[in-house]
Design a protein around this ligand. Structure first.
Ligand code: GDP
Length: 481
């Protein structure tokens, strides 16, 4: 039977303008098709037809090359044959990039999206390190196959990927031990905060002409390296077609890749219905403190209050006298979702607004789903709470996040929100101004290369292309605007 226009539109919307494939069973992963529908206002950002086409062709490539296929078996076998030159023999249709799980969940989600985009640009398939708990957090994103790297994958037994690893690309290029006549069966890309420029330049055209021939790439990363991919002219042409709205890269890729498992989704939806759904407006405040265990500091509290009041996200409290003359008949119900390792911030905010009559025109309710005290990455329930909270934050209308926090970057970008960024406090005083409204919803690349690819070694990397500039919350880091 043919479907009518309405049904067609509904289906399209549920699939976020074709971003998602319809080929999954709904029950196995409830978040996949339901979330935008029920909880989030439709995103004003639509994926391009070109991106949709790229994703569908990626999915069929992943099916042909993924674990369990003949191609995968052949490729893993070749891995141990230490042939000198892979350029002379075609690596076949299937080339791989393996993502290694490292650092906190925010870091992981940013690097997963970066590595996936790199796979899209270079016609590779992404396989992810399955030794940690990612399978308890996220559903499979590609239909009819798996993105989990089989546990018996030969290279994973070593766990020695670092700059001094013999097949580390940066090290090899510094020592000139890689060239077009000696292509190794695998390479390791080191894209962490301590990377050297020789590691960071892997995306440049000259480097890519070699790297492209290597059948297996292993990536350890903890930074969102997408902004630098725009420096490669070939990638830039492709990226512009995929993402005509440049700042939507993570927003679209995250909604395509990251679907919380039913267990995590239960946490999100229960909390949402219990506390957030009835409010007329939702404000998210993510407080991340990068010192000691990330506990409570009065100057951080002062900063949050001063930012939210200055930006009119929360009301300035009136005196009892003022309140008497200013009573509004229909005060706006506003829910404030605070996330932090420390439970104290939300307690203080709750106290501030406990007398509704003093916040003229608004009734403020403050909630915080958890206060875990310290980071416990790779503990299943802790990571599930973290993911649930990033999602809950992404469902708010306005969001305030902490400078340089990848947890916050995921939350606002997933939600398609331009955040108010709390400047990183130095010492013990709240910075003035306390925060700034970001003009982009892209995450920031915290440790980018210091310069562009070519002869422009002296060129500041924030001046290579006009839309890749330094971040508001970090003047060294880079972001796409
Ligand atoms: P970043 O360190 O802020 O860049 O963010 P990451 O997500 O990479 O690492 C911090 C980790 O600490 C998170 O993944 C959580 O495990 C934990 N964490 C930090 N802030 C919060 C929070 O607000 N809520 C919860 N539940 N966990 C948090």
């Amino acid at each position: 039977a043919s479907i009518n226009d309405d049904e067609y539109e509904t289906t399209r919307d549920k699939l976020i303008g074709g971003l998602l494939t319809a080929d999954f069973d709904e029950g196995s992963c409830l978040s996949r098709y339901h979330k935008t529908f029920w909880y989030r206002k439709p995103s004003p950002y639509k994926p391009s037809e070109y991106l949709v086409t790229k994703l569908r062709s990626y999915e069929s490539r992943h099916k042909r090359c993924g674990p369990g296929t003949k191609a995968y078996k052949k490729a893993t076998k070749n891995l141990s044959r230490d042939k000198k030159n892979y350029a002379s023999e075609s690596a076949g249709e299937c080339r791989y990039v393996v993502w290694i799980a490292d650092y906190g969940l925010g870091n992981r989600m940013l690097t997963l999206a970066s590595v996936f985009l790199y796979a899209l640009l270079t016609d590779r398939i992404i396989l992810i390190d399955n030794r940690k708990d990612l399978g308890d957090l996220l559903c499979e994103p590609f239909p009819g196959t798996s993105w989990l790297l089989p546990l018996d994958f030969p290279l994973m037994q070593y766990n020695r990927f670092n700059k001094d690893y013999s097949r580390c690309y940066g090290t090899m290029s510094e020592k000139h031990t890689i060239n077009s006549t000696s292509i190794p069966p695998h390479l390791y890309l080191h894209i962490l905060h301590d990377s050297r420029d020789s590691d960071k330049m892997f995306f440049c055209q000259k480097d890519q002409s070699l790297i492209d021939k290597v059948p297996w790439l292993i990536v350890r990363a903890n930074v969102y390296f997408v902004p630098s991919l725009w420096f490669n002219p070939t990638f830039q042409t492709e990226l512009t077609k995929m993402f005509p709205q440049k700042e939507t890269v993570f927003h679209h890729l995250a909604r395509y890749l990251f679907h919380p498992t039913n267990q995590v989704w239960g946490m999100v939806t229960r909390y949402y219905h219990a506390h957030l759904s009835k409010a007329e407006e939702r404000l998210g405040i993510q407080i991340r403190v990068f010192r000691d265990q990330g506990g409570y500091y009065q100057h951080v509290m002062d900063q949050v209050v001063s930012c939210t009041q200055r930006e009119k996200l929360l009301p300035i409290l009136s005196t009892q006298e003022e309140a008497k003359v200013n009573i509004s008949n229909t005060p706006k119900r506003k829910a404030v979702l605070v996330t932090s390792l420390s439970p104290e911030y939300s307690k203080k905010l709750k106290n501030m607004f406990s007398e509704p009559s003093r916040s003229i025109g608004e009734i403020i309710k403050v909630y915080q789903p958890s206060g875990e005290r310290y980071q416990q990455t790779d503990t299943k329930i802790h990571d599930q709470k973290a993911l649930a909270e990033m999602y809950l934050l992404s469902l708010t209308d306005n969001i305030v996040t902490s400078a340089r926090s990848t947890f916050g970057y995921v939350a606002y970008s997933l939600g398609g929100l331009k955040p108010w960024l709390l400047y990183q406090p130095n010492d013990v005083k709240a910075p003035d101004p306390p925060c700034v409204r970001s003009t982009s919803m892209e995450p920031c690349f915290l440790t980018p290369p210091s310069h562009g690819c070519e002869a422009d070694w002296g060129t500041d990397s924030g001046k290579v292309v006009p839309f890749v500039r330094h971040c508001e919350d970090d003047t060294y880091a880079l972001k796409v605007y």
